[in-house]
Design a protein around this ligand. Sequence first.
Ligand SMILES: Nc1ncnc2c1ncn2[C@@H]1O[C@H](COP(=O)(O)OP(=O)(O)OP(=O)(O)O)[C@@H](O)[C@H]1O
Ligand SMILES: [Mg+2]
Length: 542
Amino acid sequence: YLEHTYHIRIRSSQSMTAFMESQLAELKAKMERSSRALSEFERELNVINPEEKTSILSARLLQLNSEFTSAQADRVRKEAAYGSVRSGSLEAAAGSDQAQDLRTLLARRNQARERFAELKAHYGANHPEYRKAAAQLAEVEALLGEARRKIAERVEIEYREAVNREQMLRQAVNQTKAEFDRLNARSFEYQTLKREADSDKALYEELVRKIREAGINASFQSSNIRIADPARPSLEPVSPNLALNLTLAVLLATVFGIGVAVVSDALDTSVRDPEQLRRMTNAEVIGSLPEVKGWRGRPSSVRASEGALVATGSEETAHSVTLYEEAIRTLRNSVLLTDFDRTIRSILVTSPTPSEGKSTAAAHLAVAHALQNHKTLLIDADLRRPSVHRSFNISGAAGLSDVLVGERGWRELLSRPEGLPNLAILPAGPPSRRASDLIGRGIASLLDEATRDYDWVIVDAPPLLGFAEPLQLATVVDGVLVVARAGHTDRKAVASVINTLRRLRANVIGIVLNEVHHRLGGGYYYYSYRRYGKYYHSPKAA
Ligand SMILES: Nc1ncnc2c1ncn2[C@@H]1O[C@H](COP(=O)(O)OP(=O)(O)OP(=O)(O)O)[C@@H](O)[C@H]1O
Ligand SMILES: [Mg+2]
């Protein structure tokens, strides 16, 4: 690894150096180009540093300008003097060098004039004194004229000089200004060139430094990796950790299993646990009927011969029918046991929803009671979907509906199925809306009479939810059995049905769980039948 890193470093620094070197050559050429351009420019301008030259020029220009201004003023002054001298006035010459001489001459002339005027008053023109004074005056006048001429000449010369000087200065100013402007204009160019040359040079120097550095670094860098401690294989493998994996698997599986169980239990709202039902409805689960394979979906049929039911179908069906029969007998006994003083003579069999096994349970309960030599009457009060007559294979042409509308007496419509001498059946008869409406009161009087003749009157009713009749029937019978299909009927439906029945003061004997199979409702209910079933059904054992 160390070597590898070292080689990588060396290679990368080599490629870096190579790249930089190629850049270097280019840069060098560029730098040379730019500095050559700069020196050419300097030569062309004939200056070492145009910036310095510019400042010198500007100082000179300033000085020339002020000189020019003063020369201009001087020239104006002298021009004025010259102008006035030319027009004959000597006042302008008062400030000049000849002024003193002029003033002396003027004083002398005034003296001479006074003296001449004085002598003129005393003497005649031919008097020597007069003539002397006149000659003196004429001489002074001549001198004065001469002085005046000289002054005028002088003033003119001075004026011409001033004009000359002004002109020369103007020329000098203009020249300097032109040079200054030219230099200024080129100065930008010069600065650009100089900047470029400087930056090229700096870049080149930087690159040279970098290349040197890279060379030095390449030889040093390999030293920052050291082997602190050579690696040794562990005594035990780190993975797979069998103990940890097993523990995790057990824990996760348990948690997952519990989760699934809790969720599925929370999602399943059907009746399954008798204990739970008791808690929810405050009603006892009085019986559990096992599931009979092969029954569901087919109309049930009940046949009896020689004092016992005939089971049809396969062996498995026959076996579970025996278990069902046994459960029905237990149910019958339970009802009898809860009724010590024998007040329950009429029993209504109903359920919260359709198809929960009411008719089947009612028929078998009636048969079971009749087989114990008790006079039993089975009334089919499900006028909408009658089924009892079909189960017993009897005619359903006339029945309860005819009795309710008052056309026939109930006794003449009874059927007695074969092999069951103690069982009488009142079928539902033709469906009739009027009969349904009359069912509450009509059946009350029927039950009154029937309970006198029969030990038990079992009434098969329609489902409670959605029909009004079963509620009316529930108030006129002595007890109500509520059938609920295990794992199917909703717990809340059962609870609400039982609450309604209680509100109507119906006597709820208990709940019958139908179609219990050993997965549901706890082993106790199912296996107990199986045991007893075997016991009763083995003739050898009997
Ligand atoms: N314990 C059971 N095991 C298997 N199937 C059953 C069981 N009890 C009833 N059945 C079947 O369920 C179906 C409905 O039964 P049944 O007619 O007795 O129900 P019901 O509550 O009277 O229905 P309805 O509301 O139509 O009057 C029938 O096919 C019947 O054979
Ligand atoms: Mg029915």
